[in-house]
Ligand binder design. Structure first.
Ligand SMILES: CC(C)(COP(=O)(O)OP(=O)(O)OC[C@H]1O[C@@H](n2cnc3c(N)ncnc32)[C@H](O)[C@@H]1OP(=O)(O)O)[C@@H](O)C(=O)NCCC(=O)NCCS
Length: 189
């Protein structure tokens, strides 16, 4: 565990470091491509972990619906893995989700073991709403997806909240799920 690690919101001057630490994972196909323009668009979703002035990890919480958010673009700088950075980032994002009143946080990952350590469990991809898959259209592995869906349910806040009627997520016929790698034992489709 890194004692000097600072977890904070990402700011504009973090962007070059974030792109640099994400790049090797995109190149090896572990993470979806994250172009700079997209990172700027999404910057307010991100937290970074900083170790004595160096950005050593980042991750984002993307709100999908009133009860659902995704942990996305989670990456720990090569050389810093296994030192608790990923855990601290996810815990920070979970805290944020709780503060927002979100009840279910999910991730699509090839590292389910890491997420299991953080209280997530594997779930069927079909339990996630259709719109979750819209970014997959840009993924080079769209036709042989080996990502596993994991989720963590968060406790309802102690403070009673008024019952609000939210709209249903409308079905979008243009969206199709990525196909699973043939024979993927974790797959559901
Ligand atoms: C996956 C990743 C975020 C993990 O971050 P990390 O900082 O290396 O992990 P941590 O040191 O915080 O590990 C937390 C716990 O998970 C365990 N763990 C970490 N990686 C694991 C893995 N691949 N499989 C199983 N357990 C793992 C650790 O042993 C630790 O266990 P503990 O509870 O006994 O302490 C990091 O390796 C990474 O950036 N990977 C490449 C990008 C990626 O796959 N991102 C996830 C996309 S959703």
């Amino acid at each position: 565990m890194k004692p000097d690690l600072i977890l904070r919101r990402a700011v504009i001057h973090d962007v070059p470091s974030m792109l640099e630490l994400i790049r090797p994972y995109v190149e090896e196909g572990t993470l979806l491509p994250l172009p700079a323009f997209r990172l700027f668009e999404r910057l307010r979703d991100f937290v970074v972990a900083e170790d004595t002035g160096t950005v050593v990890g980042c991750g984002s919480l993307v709100i999908m619906w009133h009860n659902l958010a995704e942990v996305r673009s989670l990456a720990v700088r090569k050389g810093y893995q296994g030192t608790g950075v990923g855990r601290r980032i996810v815990e920070t994002l979970i805290r944020e989700a709780e503060e927002l009143g979100i009840e279910r946080v999910f991730a699509l990952t090839r590292e389910p073991g890491f997420f299991n350590r953080l209280g997530f469990r594997e779930v069927s991809r079909e339990t996630l709403p259709h719109k979750v898959w819209k970014d997959c259209l840009h993924c080079p592995r769209f036709s042989d997806c080996d990502e596993i869906a994991v989720e963590r349910l968060l406790p309802r806040t102690a403070t009673p909240v008024p019952d609000v009627a939210f709209p249903e997520i409308p079905f979008d016929p243009t969206l199709i799920l990525p196909s699973l790698v043939k024979g993927n034992p974790k797959g559901d489709g």
